[in-house]
Design a protein around this ligand. Structure first.
Ligand code: PLP
Length: 444
């Protein structure tokens, strides 16, 4: 009896919180689910809602709690730092910022020795694009269709998803080449990897030659397109794309906001799967386990070309840097690239078994602990099925599993849990997903 009353009260509280959000915030702050989830507590890969229900978190706040919610090492070092020094701005020098810069630079592909800290992936991209423009003296930026780059005016222009663009592209000189999206390639998904790479590289060349002055400042590429639905480029694409942009005098900017820090398995950064050494690289999300930290790394000569003033009030904040340093320590100690590989393989095997049972799973794709399901009406037409995707999201929630959505039509399921997720937790998550898939079988 008491339990029922407590539950009813908790439900009213959660609904009240959702109602308050709807009346207080911009409508674009749009949570998942028909009945949004109010999260109150979390630990590791588990989160608890306002009703006391627990969920296995296989989306990690958009691939951000890289070592799990409220990791004790991060919490302890943040607390300690807050007692010593909480804020300086970039007008003063702090050791913490330099330590993180040095350590990420050591993990990154060769040559990226200069760092600029900001607070979000959006800002890191703004910084990289500005640096490329200053260095080359050129202004046009080549991005890819299906890209997501953030929410500033420039970033929404670089973003190539109409649902994420509140206005028409407001920034001149941004052009988009085809995304290396094999499943939806005009060549057919079954075409060889080599022919796919050639097709998408030829398109990139044509876009530069026909829609720019022929002197672009940069090419911006996500090593795996995240919001686009974990679109993995065919082997050789990133390396050849870097050659192409350099041939035309531009710089190669790797967007590692989602793919960085071991997420894709085996390597620390996604572009390393193709052996690319970018001229600029942007990171955010997993770098500080949820603290607002973003980083742009650049070649020294590129960074040194930017001599005009710039400041970031919160960039390199000492508390954020303590979180980043603790996260890096844990990631290195646990060798997260290897963990992502092993657990990613476990997830992938389970997803392929689900695909064999449900014809509406058109493709399973991803790398490491970044795995996706593309949901289609049927495998022949490959027509995207956002309605079933939403049904699967809701069914997974009912089973106590949090997963994410993506893709141009919101028809891709994305998974990217903490890289410290255990074998048992992964097995449990996949069992919950299997039950959710059976429920989604009945969805229109
Ligand atoms: C690949 C990529 N780049 C940039 C961003 C923008 O990052 P933020 O939301 O921190 O501004 C995102 C966010 O999802 C992203 O996925």
């Amino acid at each position: 009896m008491t339990v029922t009353t407590e539950r009813a009260d908790a439900t009213r509280t959660a609904q009240h919180t959702v109602d308050r959000q709807r009346s207080l915030l911009f409508p674009w702050v749009k949570p998942y689910y028909a009945e949004p989830l109010v999260i109150e507590e979390a630990e590791g890969v588990w989160v608890r809602d306002a009703d006391g229900r627990e969920y296995l978190d296989f989306f990690a706040g958009i691939l951000t709690t890289s070592i799990g919610h409220c990791h004790p090492e991060v919490t302890a070092r943040v607390h300690a730092q807050m007692k010593r020094l909480g804020h300086t701005s970039t007008l003063y020098v702090t050791e913490g910022q330099l330590d993180v810069a040095e350590r990420v630079s050591a993990l990154a592909p060769r040559g990226l020795s200069r760092a600029a800290f900001t607070n979000s992936g959006t800002e890191a991209i703004e910084t990289a694009v500005m640096a490329a423009r200053v260095f080359t003296g050129n202004s046009e930026i080549v991005a890819l269709r299906h890209a997501y780059s953030g929410r500033s005016t420039l970033a929404t222009s670089l973003t190539a998803h109409s649902p994420w663009r509140p206005t028409p592209s407001m920034v001149a000189g941004v052009v988009h080449a085809r995304a290396p999206y094999r499943y939806r390639s005009p060549l057919g998904a079954e075409a060889s990897e080599e022919s796919q790479t050639k097709f998408f590289i030829d398109d990139l060349v044509e876009v530069i030659e026909t829609t720019t002055s022929g002197r672009p400042a940069a090419l911006l590429v996500e090593s795996i397109q995240g919001v686009g639905g974990f679109i993995v480029p065919p082997a050789g694409y990133l390396a050849q794309a870097a050659e192409v942009i350099r041939h035309y005098g531009g710089l190669f900017i790797a967007d590692e906001v989602q793919t960085g820090f071991g997420r894709t398995g085996s390597h620390w950064f996604g572009c390393q799967h193709d052996g690319v050494e970018p001229d600029l690289m942007v990171m955010a999300k997993g770098i500080a386990n949820g603290f607002p930290v973003a980083l742009t790394l650049a070649r020294a000569d590129v960074a040194e070309a930017w001599t005009s003033l710039s400041v970031s009030t919160y960039g390199g904040n000492p508390v954020s840097m303590a979180a980043a340093a603790a996260t890096l320590d844990v990631m290195v100690d646990h060798d997260v690239p290897t963990r992502s590989d092993v657990r990613g393989h476990q997830v992938r095997t389970a997803l392929e078994a689900l695909q064999a049972k449900h014809s509406w799973i058109g493709e399973v794709r991803g790398r490491g602990l970044m795995q996706a399901l593309e949901i289609v009406k049927d495998p022949e037409s490959r027509e995207p099925d956002p309605a079933r995707t939403r049904a699967l999201m809701e069914a997974a929630r009912d089973e106590g599993l949090l997963i994410g959505a993506g893709g141009l039509s919101g028809h891709v399921i994305r998974m990217g849990p903490s890289m410290l997720v255990t074998e048992d937790e992964t097995r449990e998550a996949m069992a919950r997903l299997a039950r959710a898939c059976r429920t989604a079988d009945g969805a229109a």
